[in-house]
Design a protein around this ligand. Structure first.
Ligand SMILES: [Zn+2]
Length: 136
Protein backbone atom coordinates (compact mmCIF):
# COMPACT_ATOMS: atom_id res chain seq x y z
CA UNK A 1 0.00 0.00 0.00
CA UNK A 2 1.35 3.37 -0.95
CA UNK A 3 1.59 6.19 1.58
CA UNK A 4 -0.76 9.05 0.93
CA UNK A 5 0.88 12.43 1.23
CA UNK A 6 -1.46 15.20 2.23
CA UNK A 7 -1.60 18.56 3.93
CA UNK A 8 -4.49 18.91 6.36
CA UNK A 9 -6.01 22.38 6.31
CA UNK A 10 -8.72 24.00 8.41
CA UNK A 11 -10.18 27.33 7.27
CA UNK A 12 -7.34 27.34 4.75
CA UNK A 13 -4.73 27.17 7.53
CA UNK A 14 -2.32 24.28 7.60
CA UNK A 15 -2.86 21.98 10.59
CA UNK A 16 0.52 21.18 12.11
CA UNK A 17 -0.56 18.51 14.60
CA UNK A 18 -1.83 14.98 14.00
CA UNK A 19 -5.35 14.79 12.50
CA UNK A 20 -6.55 12.70 15.46
CA UNK A 21 -5.41 15.28 18.04
CA UNK A 22 -6.70 18.16 15.92
CA UNK A 23 -10.18 16.61 15.58
CA UNK A 24 -10.25 15.84 19.32
CA UNK A 25 -9.32 19.42 20.25
CA UNK A 26 -11.70 20.90 17.69
CA UNK A 27 -14.53 18.81 19.11
CA UNK A 28 -13.73 19.89 22.69
CA UNK A 29 -13.60 23.58 21.69
CA UNK A 30 -16.89 23.30 19.77
CA UNK A 31 -18.58 21.57 22.73
CA UNK A 32 -17.28 24.19 25.16
CA UNK A 33 -18.40 27.03 22.87
CA UNK A 34 -21.94 25.60 22.71
CA UNK A 35 -22.00 25.17 26.53
CA UNK A 36 -20.51 28.63 27.17
CA UNK A 37 -23.11 30.34 24.96
CA UNK A 38 -26.14 28.74 26.60
CA UNK A 39 -28.56 31.37 27.94
CA UNK A 40 -28.29 29.85 31.43
CA UNK A 41 -24.55 30.62 31.46
CA UNK A 42 -24.84 34.36 30.90
CA UNK A 43 -23.66 35.16 34.46
CA UNK A 44 -20.51 33.06 33.95
CA UNK A 45 -19.55 34.94 30.78
CA UNK A 46 -19.09 38.09 32.88
CA UNK A 47 -16.81 36.46 35.45
CA UNK A 48 -13.28 35.13 35.19
CA UNK A 49 -13.96 31.39 35.55
CA UNK A 50 -11.09 28.89 35.39
CA UNK A 51 -12.95 26.52 33.07
CA UNK A 52 -10.18 23.92 32.88
CA UNK A 53 -10.21 23.47 36.67
CA UNK A 54 -14.01 23.63 36.74
CA UNK A 55 -14.35 20.77 34.25
CA UNK A 56 -11.71 18.76 36.10
CA UNK A 57 -13.74 19.06 39.32
CA UNK A 58 -16.98 18.22 37.49
CA UNK A 59 -15.41 15.11 36.00
CA UNK A 60 -13.95 14.03 39.34
CA UNK A 61 -12.07 10.75 39.34
CA UNK A 62 -13.97 9.36 36.36
CA UNK A 63 -11.99 8.14 33.38
CA UNK A 64 -12.52 10.39 30.36
CA UNK A 65 -13.04 7.42 28.03
CA UNK A 66 -15.73 5.72 30.14
CA UNK A 67 -19.32 6.83 30.73
CA UNK A 68 -21.61 5.16 33.28
CA UNK A 69 -25.09 6.05 34.51
CA UNK A 70 -23.62 6.63 37.96
CA UNK A 71 -20.90 9.02 36.69
CA UNK A 72 -23.39 10.86 34.44
CA UNK A 73 -25.83 11.32 37.33
CA UNK A 74 -23.03 12.48 39.65
CA UNK A 75 -21.79 14.99 37.08
CA UNK A 76 -25.37 16.24 36.44
CA UNK A 77 -25.82 16.78 40.21
CA UNK A 78 -22.58 18.77 40.38
CA UNK A 79 -23.63 20.91 37.41
CA UNK A 80 -27.09 21.58 38.90
CA UNK A 81 -25.41 22.60 42.15
CA UNK A 82 -22.97 24.85 40.29
CA UNK A 83 -25.78 26.40 38.25
CA UNK A 84 -27.86 26.88 41.41
CA UNK A 85 -30.57 24.71 39.83
CA UNK A 86 -31.20 22.24 42.66
CA UNK A 87 -34.82 20.99 42.71
CA UNK A 88 -36.21 23.67 45.02
CA UNK A 89 -39.86 24.65 44.99
CA UNK A 90 -39.00 27.80 43.00
CA UNK A 91 -37.18 25.63 40.46
CA UNK A 92 -40.17 23.25 40.27
CA UNK A 93 -42.51 26.22 39.63
CA UNK A 94 -40.66 26.84 36.35
CA UNK A 95 -41.76 23.50 34.90
CA UNK A 96 -44.99 22.87 36.87
CA UNK A 97 -46.40 26.28 37.86
CA UNK A 98 -49.99 25.02 38.21
CA UNK A 99 -48.98 22.50 40.87
CA UNK A 100 -46.44 24.56 42.84
CA UNK A 101 -48.15 27.95 42.70
CA UNK A 102 -48.11 29.59 46.17
CA UNK A 103 -45.96 26.82 47.67
CA UNK A 104 -43.44 27.88 50.28
CA UNK A 105 -40.42 26.13 51.80
CA UNK A 106 -41.64 22.61 52.70
CA UNK A 107 -39.46 22.63 55.84
CA UNK A 108 -40.23 25.97 57.52
CA UNK A 109 -43.34 27.00 55.52
CA UNK A 110 -42.36 30.65 56.01
CA UNK A 111 -40.76 31.87 52.79
CA UNK A 112 -40.23 30.84 49.18
CA UNK A 113 -37.70 28.07 48.76
CA UNK A 114 -35.05 29.14 46.26
CA UNK A 115 -31.37 28.13 46.07
CA UNK A 116 -30.31 30.70 48.69
CA UNK A 117 -33.01 29.62 51.11
CA UNK A 118 -31.59 26.08 51.23
CA UNK A 119 -28.59 27.57 53.04
CA UNK A 120 -30.44 30.14 55.14
CA UNK A 121 -33.60 28.26 56.23
CA UNK A 122 -33.86 28.40 60.03
CA UNK A 123 -34.77 24.71 60.05
CA UNK A 124 -31.52 23.80 58.25
CA UNK A 125 -29.11 25.56 60.63
CA UNK A 126 -28.38 22.47 62.75
CA UNK A 127 -27.93 20.22 59.70
CA UNK A 128 -25.55 22.71 58.04
CA UNK A 129 -23.55 23.18 61.24
CA UNK A 130 -23.20 19.39 61.55
CA UNK A 131 -21.94 19.19 57.94
CA UNK A 132 -19.37 21.92 58.68
CA UNK A 133 -18.24 20.15 61.89
CA UNK A 134 -18.00 16.76 60.15
CA UNK A 135 -16.04 18.29 57.27
CA UNK A 136 -13.52 19.83 59.65
ZN1 LIG B 1 -37.30 27.08 55.00
Amino acid sequence: MKNIHYTLKWNNIEVEQSPRKFISQTSKVKGFEEFFNLARNVKYRRTNVDWKSTFEVLSGDELSNVTTFKSSRRKAEKIKFLMEELPTIEQMKKSLPDIYDNWLCPVCSNVIEDFNHIWSCVCHVNILQKIVRDSQ
